[in-house]
Design a protein. Structure first.
Lengths: 127, 444
């Protein structure tokens, strides 16, 4: 699965997509592949404020429960409630329908600290 | 034989030097001499098996036990009859373990009964999901409190003063670490929860903790409590035998139901090991502490049992685990499973009725005695508080001389004023025993 060029990535395998002054957040194809079948997602509460690389959500697969970190600081304005009944969306469509949260961006400059698609591909390639 | 002490005299010397001591004995200097002298260890020489057995049985004779004494002791641990099929069945090689299996495919027998145990606890409590047990009633209640804190993200708890004082201590210990605020809810003259007090404290409440029947044996009225506290958690600690005739707490909207499972076929075991029961709603299953057996099908479509939801447990999720309890009390839970399976729902109901009737028989004979009154007017199950003119210690001494363990003197707990005795009556007590008990009370 290709890594969209307009997204930014963390070394911890989250992606972030800027939509105006909001950021959509999820986990990468590589991450879902490593986790295996996702069975449950603990979504963040709307209104909660997170700092960059603080724990945002947890994803439970048949193998592990993994923390998901916020790639960018801000306030949660929406969580993907479709994941409550269809956690498998993370496996099926990690970069689109499997998004986890929408964040009101506090500081867009933080994006510069993240990896580009090319850098991320290098990062997972070197694993 | 190898030495069991893993460190050499040289290791010991280094460790003592590090903390600035000369001798290991100095580590025990904090223990008052008069206590140390009272509990001098028996000087043990190497003995043959025969001699060792004789020595141990001589020492054991210093204990009063329920084979030799007629017991009216309760307060959380009860003298119910343990059918001899239980020790027989739990001694079988397939079952005899006090621990949880990690290798599911090799442990189908154990996982099957755990699944049955959980199912029975759900039916008894009226809840949707149960774990495969916890250490004891007190720690189960404390874990319920932590779970409520995690889900509600609040820290204020109302705790009925009428819960078992030992559970209270357990809650306090957990609350200290978690930074929780515990507020005592007083009881009224009938021995039940002061509901007006609860109403006043609903704001930003994480949960309300009650026990029914409570420590005084009184059955709480759970009706409408959940409505009163709204989204805060209603946590109920229940005696499983009483649920043979009482409506399960789940019916009243309880969010978590816990209890002490010892009455379900377990011996009193010097006060432990015990058996914690824990049940909740399905929507909270991922926040539930402890272990759970699940049923599934294998690739050939055959039924199989597994340890479910292990990914949230400590051995996988480390410090972020749901709880630091990721084990169960397997052997005691097995006992409870066999006990409940043998009784069945009708047997459990009958057992509960006999307990209730016998306790009321004794209470009715004690209450007219001069110098004795029933402390509370609320309805009770198999236990009640008697207020006495004389000191309970004197009464209990007289009873002991006549072969009775007469109940619990409540003075040390500081919950009630005056002279109070907590008396429990199980199905084991005969009319003759109770009539003789009353005669001794008359004499004191």
């Amino acid at each position: 699965m290709p890594y969209p060029k307009e997204y930014r990535y963390t070394k911890e395998h989250e992606w972030v997509k800027l939509e105006g002054n909001r950021a959509r957040v999820g986990i990468t194809d590589h991450a879902q592949h490593e986790l295996g079948d996702v069975v449950y997602v603990e979504l963040p509460k709307v209104g909660k404020k997170v700092k960059q690389m603080e724990e945002l959500a947890t994803v439970e697969s048949v193998k592990a429960v993994s923390p998901i970190y916020a790639p960018i600081s801000g306030e949660i304005i929406e969580a993907n409630h479709e994941l409550a009944s269809k956690p498998e969306l993370i496996n099926q469509s990690p970069h689109e329908q499997g998004w986890i949260a929408l964040i009101a961006v506090a500081d867009a400059k933080e994006l510069d600290t993240l990896l580009t698609a090319e850098q991320y591909e290098q990062h997972i390639g070197s694993h | 034989m190898f030495e069991f002490i893993p460190n050499t005299p040289e290791d010991q010397r280094k460790m003592l030097a590090e903390i600035g001591l000369k001798d290991v004995q100095e580590l025990f200097d904090d223990i008052p001499k008069e206590i140390l002298n009272k509990f001098k260890p028996t000087s043990l020489e190497p003995l043959s098996e025969f001699e060792a057995k004789q020595l141990l049985s001589t020492l054991a004779q210093d204990n009063a036990n329920t084979d030799d004494y007629v017991s009216f002791l309760g307060g959380g641990i009860y003298d119910h009859y343990v059918p001899s099929s239980i020790p027989h069945l739990i001694s079988r090689g397939e079952f005899l373990t006090c621990y949880t299996p990690y290798q599911a495919e090799l442990s189908q027998g154990t996982l099957t009964w755990m699944f049955e145990f959980q199912t029975m606890i759900c039916e008894l409590t009226g809840m949707e999901v149960a774990n495969s047990s916890m250490y004891d009633g007190g720690s189960a209640l404390a874990e319920a409190m932590l779970m409520a804190k995690n889900i509600t993200e609040r820290k204020k708890f109302l705790v009925a003063r009428s819960i078992n004082p030992h559970y209270w201590d357990c809650l306090k210990t957990y609350a200290w670490g978690a930074g929780l605020e515990l507020i005592d809810v007083p009881f009224t003259e009938d021995g039940r929860l002061d509901r007006a007090f609860v109403q006043k404290e609903v704001a930003s409440l994480a949960g309300l903790i009650v026990q029914s029947p409570n420590f005084f044996g009184v059955i709480e009225d759970l009706t409408g409590l959940k409505d009163a506290i709204k989204e805060a958690f209603l946590m109920v600690s229940a005696n499983p035998i009483s649920l043979g005739i009482l409506a399960p707490p789940g019916v009243f909207g309880a969010d978590i139901v816990v209890g002490e499972g010892q009455p379900l076929g377990n011996f009193q075991n010097f006060g432990g090991p015990l058996l914690g029961l824990f049940a909740t709603r399905m929507s909270y299953v991922r926040r539930m502490p402890g272990r759970m057996a699940g049923r599934t099908v294998d690739m050939d479509g055959k039924t199989g049992y597994v340890m479910a939801l292990q990914t949230r447990e400590q051995h996988i999720r480390r410090e972020k685990a749901t709880s630091n309890i990721c084990t169960n009390q397997a052997l005691m839970a097995l006992v409870a499973t066999i006990y409940l399976a043998m009784l069945g729902p009708h047997g459990l109901r009958r057992l509960a009725e006999i307990n209730l009737q016998k306790a009321h028989y004794l209470a009715e004979r004690i209450s007219p005695l001069p110098g004795f009154t029933l402390r509370f007017s609320g309805p009770f199950f198999n236990e009640f508080v008697v207020q006495s003119r004389k000191k309970p210690a004197r009464i209990l001494k007289a009873l002991r001389e006549d072969g009775f363990l007469g109940g619990i003197d409540l003075a040390p707990y500081g919950v009630l004023d005056g002279n109070n005795l907590l008396i429990a009556v199980t199905e084991k007590r005969t009319r003759d025993e109770m009539d003789r008990f009353v005669k001794v009370l008359k004499r004191t």
